[in-house]
Design a protein around this ligand. Structure first.
Ligand code: ZN
Length: 117
């Protein structure tokens, strides 16, 4: 992704992390690689505080996991995190439908927006 769009779409990073953490334990480096695959270039200096912040908010729960001789911190979604993700799925679906419909209808105007923000 072009860096000029980073702050426009940075809000998608947390729901993305939550999605993966609701399926399996995630860890910092793994999430950096996953998000990189999707075009987000995040470093450890952003990812680790982000994960810690999400744990502080109660969306993730961490524990230490032993991998060979080293231990790493893994995160899973809490019940509250899964609930938040459910809300996010509805919001993202709604946005997806609206922006993709507008992309098809090239003459779509702002008057076509039925949702009050
Ligand atoms: Zn992903």
């Amino acid at each position: 992704m072009n860096p000029k769009y980073y702050d426009l779409y940075s809000g998608l990073v947390r729901p993305h992390v939550l999605h993966h953490a609701s399926r399996e334990p995630v860890f910092g480096l793994g999430m950096i690689q996953e998000l990189n695959r999707h075009g987000y270039k995040l470093g450890p200096g952003t990812m680790y505080p982000l994960l810690q912040g999400m744990e502080k908010r109660g969306w993730l729960k961490s524990s230490k996991q032993k991998v060979s001789q080293r231990s790493r911190r893994v995160y899973v979604a809490t019940h509250a995190g899964r609930q938040a993700l459910k809300t996010g799925q509805e919001r993202v679906r709604e946005l997806f439908e609206e922006i993709t419909a507008d992309a098809v209808t090239s003459n779509a105007s702002l008057n076509g927006c039925r949702h009050i923000m």
